[in-house]
Write a protein that binds this ligand. Sequence first.
Ligand SMILES: [Zn+2]
Ligand SMILES: [Zn+2]
Length: 93
Amino acid sequence: MGEIRECFLCGRNGNGDPLERHHIFGGANRKLSEKYGLVVYLCGDRCHRNGEYSAHRNADVAAYLHRYGQEKAMNEQGWSAEQFRDVFGKNYL
Ligand SMILES: [Zn+2]
Ligand SMILES: [Zn+2]
């Protein structure tokens, strides 16, 4: 079966740094991220957890992903920014 996956941030295919699933909105919103499909695949070491520009170590990268995730949710759910905030607790745009 094999849906082809690549890192959302750098486009690598996980060869040598296996891709990991990242919840765009973590913590209390992790379940909501799952519910609304707000997850991306990232190179586990380089882009997800440990790299200088990884989602969990770089505030700018996290903010970029938050904006992407909010826009995705608004498009897919037909939400306004206010409706997004009602669900996720914050407007990231
Ligand atoms: Zn993550
Ligand atoms: Zn990557």
